[in-house]
Design a protein around this ligand. Structure first.
Ligand code: MSP
Length: 535
């Protein structure tokens, strides 16, 4: 990410505002987990963080879903929103704001913003003809559709022909300004592959896009012509602004933008890149507002190598997944197994194997057997050699010494799997070190000081690994910290304030000598594959 971003003391990050046509999809969980991990990482660095998520509730897609369910749109949205909130809680997501685009304050923000753009002369009435995919809420070029006008993103849905009067936004006017933005701020769109997609698209020449619909009730009326309803994307993107309003302040653009604008990072999936990296900055330029720092488009998830879909009957339900395997397991798998930015796959056998290998065996067992030895040889406290942990000179300490910086850099660049890999490499080195050193034999030979040093080094490597993994596996890291004698809950951010004794914990050598240790208990139960009950 742009190094300017980290220099600021505030960090505002958004997930997409999810459609509420249905209960949350594993794709929504994926973006939200990644955003939460990043938010936790920056909070550990002592930054003020605002993590925004929420729901996109207007438009034809939602209206039809409500009709099919036999509910009013608002009832339908309320029900589905409860499902999102409950999943975020189960997954340990610590969002600071949850914005719903049906919030009455949102309408006030949208109207004010529309007026600004209108006053610029950037909105006009025109005729829209074309193929519309309601599931994408997007007009499609005929050449991009499958046979019989089926949508490539929703192969079971046909695009519908539309020919109507719509209000248009003059996107074409912002061609040059957008090109200048991409040149002057090369990190605005990430990763590189997405940036190139956008550059190619923009180079073909931008066309104005319609921002209103007729024959649609479920949405915000166009302020200058209430016979029209605002296009759901025009309304939804502004949810990022409404989310910034403090609970009791008046819903004006000025107060919304006062503290947290511009957003530092919009985290999204690659399918909605154009809206965030082309339409959105152009809308903001028209309204005279600063542009967010960065839009990052991650890849798509498949299941067992196949695209997921309702008609294919292979949807992975995130609620079932977390209920079966725990939040930490789900968070770890998606961030460790998939290089962030690329497409990735879910496979239950691989899921179980990775979790068992990394967290149950490599990390959990290392702590368990080391703690047992410490208890047996030196009593329930960190041996006195910890006084010198920071200065210990052995191959494991050497590996641990630059782990904090390397992991920091990886999180900073959204390379979550690289962060996990770096941490696990040290954990594996810890296992190798203890096997090679065989402290149990040394103890028998009376080499007590050497044993102290070995066990302290290993405990410290486990501590550091737990701390650096805590944005991803907060519950596991809390258990490890408890057994190492710390009183900290990584799920309670107030306790991990950098002014507290944890400011140096991201670096090697923070394990205090003499600290009373907890009882050795397995911190991560081995997972069992339930093949008989497929997810
Ligand atoms: N409502 C819009 C976003 C408006 S933001 C102002 C929307 N919602 S969505 O619910 O359809 O999609 C939300 C996110 O889920 C998108 O970022 C999308 O990329 C992501 N995913 C949907 N399916 C996915 C996978 N199979 N894999 C990974 N992410 C995917 O779009």
């Amino acid at each position: 990410m742009d190094s300017k971003i980290i220099e600021k003391n505030r960090f505002a990050i958004t997930t997409p505002l999810y459609y509420v046509n249905d209960l949350p999809h594993v794709g929504s969980a994926y973006t939200t987990i990644a955003a939460d991990v990043l938010a936790r990482f920056w909070r550990l660095q002592g930054k003020s963080v605002l993590l925004i998520t929420g729901t996109d509730e207007h438009g034809q897609k939602i209206q039809r879903a409500a009709e099919q369910a036999g509910h009013s749109p608002q009832e339908h949205c309320d029900q589905i929103v409860a499902g999102f909130k409950s999943l975020w809680q189960q997954l340990g997501i610590k969002h600071d704001r949850f914005i719903r685009t049906t919030d009455p304050r949102h309408e006030a923000i949208v109207k004010e913003f529309f007026q600004r753009v209108w006053d610029q002369g950037d909105i006009y009435l025109g005729r829209q003809e074309g193929w519309y995919c309601v599931s994408c809420e997007e007009f499609k070029e005929e050449r991009d559709l499958l046979d019989d006008h089926y949508c490539p993103v929703h192969p079971n849905r046909q695009a519908e022909w539309r020919d109507e009067q719509n209000y248009f936004f003059r996107l074409s006017r912002y061609q040059k300004q957008l090109e200048a933005l991409y040149t002057e701020r090369p990190n605005f769109i990430q990763p590189e592959i997405r940036r190139n997609e956008v550059l190619n698209f923009v180079q073909q020449g931008l066309q104005d896009f319609s921002i209103s619909r007729v024959n649609l009730d479920w949405g915000i009326p166009v302020p200058v012509d209430p016979a029209h309803t605002l296009y759901v994307w025009f309304d939804a993107l502004l949810g990022y602004v409404t989310a910034l309003l403090e609970p009791d302040c008046a819903p004006t653009l000025e107060s919304a933008l006062e503290t947290w604008w511009p957003i530092n990072l919009h985290l999204i999936g690659k399918d909605i890149l154009r809206f965030h990296a082309v339409y959105w900055p152009a809308m903001l330029m028209s309204a005279g507002l600063p542009i967010p720092d960065c839009v990052f488009g991650h890849g798509f998830l498949t299941k067992d190598g196949h695209k997921m879909g309702k008609t294919l009957g292979n949807i992975l339900d995130p609620v079932a997944l977390v209920n079966r395997y725990s939040a930490d397991a789900v968070r770890y798998y998606f961030l460790k197994e998939i290089e962030f930015g690329r497409d990735g796959d879910f496979n239950e056998t691989r899921f179980v194997n990775i979790l068992n290998a990394d967290l149950a065996n490599d990390l959990g067992n290392l702590l368990n057997r080391t703690l047992k030895m410490v208890h047996k040889y030196f009593g329930a406290q960190v041996p006195a050699s910890a006084q010198t942990v920071a200065g210990l000179d052995n191959p494991l300490a050497e590996k641990g010494r630059d782990l904090g910086d390397r992991t920091h850099q990886a999180y900073h660049n959204l390379c979550f799997s690289e962060a996990c890999e770096a941490i696990l490499t040290v954990v594996r080195a810890g296992n190798k070190y203890i096997d090679e050193q065989a402290p149990w034999s040394l103890y028998k030979q009376g080499e007590h000081l050497a044993v102290e040093e070995i066990l302290c080094t290993v405990l410290e490597s486990v501590r550091l690994a737990a701390y650096l993994l805590s944005p991803i596996t907060p519950a596991l890291s809390t258990k490890i910290y408890e057994q190492l004698g710390f009183s900290v809950n990584f799920n309670d951010q107030r306790l991990i304030d950098v002014t507290a004794p944890f400011s140096n914990h991201s670096q090697w050598g923070a394990l205090p000598p003499g600290q009373p240790l907890g009882e050795p208990n397995p911190v991560f139960q081995r997972l069992e594959l339930l093949e008989a009950v497929p997810l």
